[in-house]
Design a protein around this ligand. Sequence first.
Ligand SMILES: [Zn+2]
Length: 88
Amino acid sequence: MTTPKNPTLEAEKKKQRRVAMTTTCVKCGEALIAPDWSEFVSEQLVLNLWTCTKCGDRFQTKTYMPPDAEPKMSQKDWEEMFPPLLVA
Ligand SMILES: [Zn+2]
């Protein structure tokens, strides 16, 4: 893990943690906080792509959202909540 250059981005990652979920690297067991990329496949299925910060292994997880968990999020809401990395 490198030293964070952008405190705002770190704050966003913490926010993301609430919605997305942590996972552990399938290879080395390193705890990963936020996926590299999340994609809404459907209202209830989210694909998360992860890159391990320790060993660099890449894998994906699927998250099934309970139907009553959150109101439907549009892509726009998602982007507002998780600004693209170019916001620096
Ligand atoms: Zn790993």
